[in-house]
Write a protein that binds this ligand. Structure first.
Ligand code: MN
Length: 354
């Protein structure tokens, strides 16, 4: 079933439509990226409504069953469709429509406006990736890996975090990434205890950890990977913490099974870290879905009872963060596939000493 068909199956009857206005879900359903417009889905049809700026490009790119419609005033053109096709109710994206847009819809649209369920439904549909989507995620990952391996050549005592981050971003674009997947996290020394530290003027020193949390975007799809490497040498304690995180990562990966739950994956990592005495230093979830957004459903946490299914892509990223000292995180994306997930990374997870 395609995403459009899944959404049509969600609609209760021929008199109900779904109006999709967020950039990411418009792109998801139509295959066309734009900064404005709407997708209108009914049981019978799916239309991409665009203004003059995008119309020609969309006509060249968009595939059936999506029809491209040029609008002049969106609300008026929508109402014409609603009236001619006897649409009585229209779902809107409750999690992304602004209060101002809601007021406009309530005041202007002819059908009853339904403000529940659509965002959640689209999030559920997006969890299951097609092979085409998976290939794009893998391509984004390969671009990141190539840039990462080349950037390691620059990693030596005296270089700043910022220099490494800039080099990586540059190479991700050189190797075909349309942009970085998020503000790259390239941090060293004590900063590695900050799960979302920001690269700055801190200089790499011998005996430090360096954490890369990095990703690229390829045709709209994101990748996500974290590696923690040691510069020069690593102390026994650093090695012990690294091994604890790596074992937690592998235990979580081992729990990624179709028919299992996201909670089981989180607990596999969390139980190991807790059993080693570091539970209080692992304060985030074990992972998240990845796709058209860097963070999407399902969140991989002990309270998430989402059942894993073939075609979901989730990250596995446990960490231990010792405040004021150092931290370790090891992250890769996994494709749920029967009893044994596919590791989408092609970069070794063992401790690398540069
Ligand atoms: Mn991540």
């Amino acid at each position: 079933m395609t995403a459009v068909e899944a959404l049509q199956a969600f609609l209760p009857d021929e008199q109900t439509a779904a109006l999709i206005t967020s950039d990411v879900n418009r792109r998801y359903l139509s295959g066309f990226a734009s900064s404005a417009g709407a997708v209108l889905v009914t049981k019978a049809r799916v239309r991409l409504l665009l203004d003059f700026r995008y119309y020609e490009a969309a006509c060249n790119r968009v595939q059936p069953p999506v029809e491209v419609v040029r609008f002049t005033k969106l609300v008026d053109d929508l109402n014409n469709i609603f009236l001619s096709e006897n649409i009585k109710s229209v779902y809107i994206e409750d999690e992304t429509v602004t209060v101002a847009q809601l007021h406009q819809y309530l005041a202007s649209l002819v059908p009853q406006v339904l403000t529940e369920d659509l965002s959640q439904k689209l999030s559920e549909i997006r969890m299951l990736k097609t092979s085409d989507e998976i290939e794009k995620i893998i391509t984004a990952q390969r671009i990141t890996e190539r840039a990462y391996l080349e950037t390691l050549n620059f990693l030596k005592p005296g270089v700043t975090e910022r220099k490494i981050a800039v080099e990586l971003e540059h190479l991700i674009k050189v190797y075909g990434g349309e942009r970085v997947a998020f503000d790259l996290i390239c941090i060293t020394g004590e900063n590695t205890s900050l799960p979302h530290g920001v690269p700055g003027e801190r200089v790499v020193s011998d005996g430090d950890f360096f954490t890369f949390d990095i990703g690229a975007v390829y045709e709209g799809y994101h990748s996500d990977m974290t590696r923690t490497v040691a510069v020069g040498h690593a102390s026994d304690e650093m090695r012990m913490i690294y091994d604890t995180v790596l074992t937690a990562h592998r235990k979580a990966a081992g729990a990624i099974k179709a028919g299992g739950t996201a909670a089981e994956v989180d607990l596999a990592a969390r139980d190991h870290i807790e059993s080693c005495g570091y539970g209080e230093y692992f304060g985030h979830s074990t992972g998240h879905g990845v796709g058209l957004e860097i963070h999407e459903a399902p969140i991989v946490f002990k309270t998430t009872h989402t059942v894993l299914r073939d075609g979901m892509v989730i990250t596995d990223e446990p960490g231990i963060y010792l405040p004021g000292r150092f931290g370790v995180r090891i992250e890769d994306m996994y494709l749920v596939s029967g009893d044994k997930p596919r590791d989408l990374a092609a970069i070794d997870k063992e401790l690398t000493i540069i």
